[in-house]
Write a protein that binds this ligand. Structure first.
Ligand SMILES: [Zn+2]
Ligand SMILES: [Zn+2]
Length: 382
């Protein structure tokens, strides 16, 4: 198979400068890298081809030889220079090593984004659960939390080195923090990128560890962290507090503290989304004649007018007396369900009066009535 022209492979003009060549190669290498295209032979070939082209064009001597003689300039004699390779045997392993040597680990952070690559020493996220009352949820609250976390060591500022000593670049990974392993398997060459065990992914080796943290760069502490909880949260909501999880090893980025909301059961109210529901006992007399009753609301009491002939199960809606909405204006409602109270202790006089009332036709209940739950459902619109 005829080899393609190296400039054509990289898609650059013959006059391209070093930077242009490097940029073109990097783009191709990231696009066709085997880590991103597992099992894709075409991508693998493109990766090899681009790397081979780059190995020649990045080097002024090799480039001028190529410009003069083309591929023929390299076909004889195999290898060239220290660390070089013969093109007869330019295989995937060579290409991957070449890519690693030129671009180290950093190329992969761009590809895989964010926390991959060198951030292996990022601290752990911590979770903490807090239980709030409905009143706190309705008003919003600032809570002080006691948190046990690994904090940046004050002695060494997180570097892990004893004062006055310095670090050296990890010889195993040359500072990349990760190593690329190429193994032969039944399916051909397998490439894996793993954290460098020699340096734990930091890329450097401590020569004299800090005595306070034994080189970890972090120490245990118990600290108080203040968290503002907006009104309207619900059980299961969580608030991430960036950088308040464990500090990373040897100066690595800190994890987050995740505050998970739970809700305490309320004596009087049941929450349904942003509405609150309560049941209020009303005397038979007030229910029959109508009147003003005192009802509990979040953070206080209010007076509610009920009409004559109010039945048990009747629900009154107090608009805007529920829980505020988290991400928009306004609040839910409070639903007050009336429960007509049947007296438990009656005097002889009371009984006499009631028996007399019982003789009135008005006191005879109707044959059937819509059930309590149907009415509640109707009112709630569910
Ligand atoms: Zn290393
Ligand atoms: Zn330390």
């Amino acid at each position: 198979m005829d080899k393609r022209d190296y400039y054509e492979v990289l898609g650059v003009p013959r006059t391209a400068g070093e930077d242009e060549i490097k940029k073109a190669y990097r783009q191709l290498a990231l696009k066709f890298h085997p880590d991103r295209n597992p099992g894709n032979a075409e991508a693998e070939n493109k990766f090899k081809e681009a790397t081979e082209a780059y190995e020649v064009l990045k080097d002024p001597q090799k480039r001028s030889r190529y410009d003069q003689f083309g591929h023929a300039g390299f076909n004889q004699g195999g290898g060239y220079g220290p660390g070089g390779f013969g093109f007869g045997g330019f295989d995937l392993g060579d290409a991957l090593r070449a890519f690693m040597r030129d671009f180290g680990g950093f190329g992969f952070e761009d590809v895989f984004g964010g926390r991959g690559g060198r951030a292996d020493n990022r601290g752990q996220d911590l979770q903490i659960k807090i239980t709030l009352t409905l009143e706190e949820i309705a008003a919003g609250v600032t809570k002080k939390l006691r948190v046990k976390r690994l904090a940046t060591c004050k002695e060494c500022s997180g570097y892990g080195s004893a004062p006055g000593s310095s670090k050296k670049t990890c010889p195993q990974c040359k500072g990349a923090g990760q190593v690329r392993r190429i193994t032969q398997s039944l399916f051909g060459q397998m490439v894996s990128v793993t954290t460098c065990h020699n340096c734990g992914g930091t890329g450097s080796i401590i020569t004299a560890p800090c005595p306070a943290c034994r080189g970890e760069g972090r120490t245990r502490e118990e600290t108080t962290i203040s968290v503002n909880i907006p009104a309207g949260v619900a059980a299961g909501n969580y608030i991430p507090i960036e950088g308040k999880g464990d500090s990373g090893r040897q100066g690595g980025p800190a994890g987050d503290l995740i505050v998970i909301i739970d809700e305490e059961e309320h004596d009087l109210f049941t929450r349904q989304e942003n509405h609150i529901i309560c049941q209020v006992p009303v005397s038979f007399v007030t229910a029959a004649l109508g009147g003003t009753i005192e009802i509990p609301v979040l953070g206080g009491t209010e007076r509610l007018e009920i009409p004559p002939s109010t039945q048990t199960g009747k629900v009154f809606r107090l608009a805007g007396k529920g829980i505020p909405y988290l991400r928009r204006r306004g609040r839910g409602d409070q639903l007050v369900q009336i429960h007509v109270w049947t007296p438990k202790k009656l005097s002889d006089d009371d009984k006499k009066l009631l028996r007399k009332l019982g003789e009135s036709e008005s006191f005879a209940p109707p044959k059937a009535s819509k059930s309590f739950f149907d009415k509640l459902r109707e009112t709630l619109g569910v």
